[in-house]
Design a protein around this ligand. Structure first.
Ligand SMILES: [Zn+2]
Ligand SMILES: [Zn+2]
Length: 339
């Protein structure tokens, strides 16, 4: 049997282990992918530290996978060996729960998660269910495409479903792993784009990414500034900071929305009277399905949205993970596999 290298975690809180495993054989409805790059996402902490209920070890993390189809199962007709593809967080759905029967696969009650409930892309090869595979345009390099399969799709999908129309003022809170993509998508989607960051030093970057306005939260009150500009139709909250999010509600336009994609477990304290008087809404958005990934990749290729990345070979997975964890990565850490 041919063998491959993979980075696995074998117990909660354990270190990454580079191991040799047999290259897995695809089941009837599975696709085997030769991984070229896999992003390191903050959600990988769930696997590393065992925070996902019922998690089984050993587990190969990784849900920002870019590569090529290597082999397909007997029942797969949509994919061919050699095709460029990506796989994200959404790892499978059961086609049978109420959401699936209504065609809303993204909120399947029994959905699988790539690199969490099944092995992911911190490996030279991985298996994906056929419904979890997204086609990837030729012009996107794998290392830049990888973060678009989680960070990218989450931002893109949240923004396109938030109810803003071309020309509306959209603000992006935070200019990090998600936010630096959010600013690019918002501007490319035709919104008047305001980036909210901390410190004057972020202004140049925000403008370079496409922001029309930069609001420095350390020098002024972004909520008041947005209000003066007429209010934001949508505020995309990417920074995992419930206080900063709540403080922006006043900057949301009547009928507008605070869209939460920065994962913070802290309660979001919002004044209900403000919501009801001004018909404001708060909503969250969890990435999306393979088709949403495909839309994200195509739009990114078309409009020139690219993540800023730091690359690490698979053998340096611990360093890459530490860099992600430290918050110092500018802005997404990506594992690359040897050709
Ligand atoms: Zn992720
Ligand atoms: Zn389902």
């Amino acid at each position: 049997m041919a063998r491959m290298k993979a980075a696995q975690i074998s117990k909660a809180g354990g270190d990454f282990e580079i191991v040799e495993r047999e290259i897995p054989q695809p089941g009837p409805r599975q696709v085997r992918i030769k991984v070229e790059a896999c992003g390191i996402c903050h959600s990988d902490v769930l696997v590393k530290e065992g925070a996902w209920p019922g998690l089984q070890y050993p587990r190969v993390p990784g849900h920002e996978v870019a590569g090529r189809v290597d082999a397909v199962g007997s029942a797969v007709t949509a994919w061919k060996p050699g095709q460029r593809v990506g796989v994200g967080w959404h790892g499978s759905h059961d086609f049978e729960c109420e959401a699936c029967r209504r065609g809303d696969f993204g909120v399947c009650a029994n959905g699988g998660i790539t690199g969490v409930t099944r092995d992911g892309g911190y490996a030279e090869y991985m298996l994906a269910e056929t419904e979890a595979v997204a086609a990837m345009p030729e012009e996107l390099p794998s290392d830049e495409a990888a973060p678009l399969l989680c960070a990218g799709i989450t931002v893109f999908n949240a923004l396109r479903n938030a109810g803003a129309r071309a020309g509306d003022l959209v603000a992006v809170l935070g200019i990090g792993g998600l936010g630096h993509l959010g600013v690019q998508y918002a501007q490319r989607m035709g919104f008047e784009t305001a980036a909210i960051g901390r410190g004057a030093d972020k202004q140049g970057l925000a403008k370079k990414l496409g922001a029309h306005h930069y609001l420095d939260a350390t020098a002024g009150n972004p909520s008041e500034q947005l209000k003066k500009m007429g209010g934001a139709q949508v505020i995309l909250a990417t920074a995992p900071d419930s206080k900063a999010m709540a403080a922006l509600m006043d900057g949301v336009k009547p009928g507008g929305k605070l869209m939460v994609i920065g994962a913070s477990a802290d309660p979001l304290q919002i004044n209900g009277v403000d919501l009801l008087l001004w018909r404001k809404a708060v909503q969250g958005w969890p990435s999306g399905t393979a088709m949403d990934s495909e839309d994200t990749l195509r739009f990114s290729a078309l409009s020139g949205v690219r993540p800023m990345i730091e690359k690490f070979p698979l053998s340096k997975v611990s360093e890459g993970y530490q860099q992600m964890l430290s918050g110092k990565a500018r802005f997404r850490a990506v594992l690359t596999m040897a050709a």
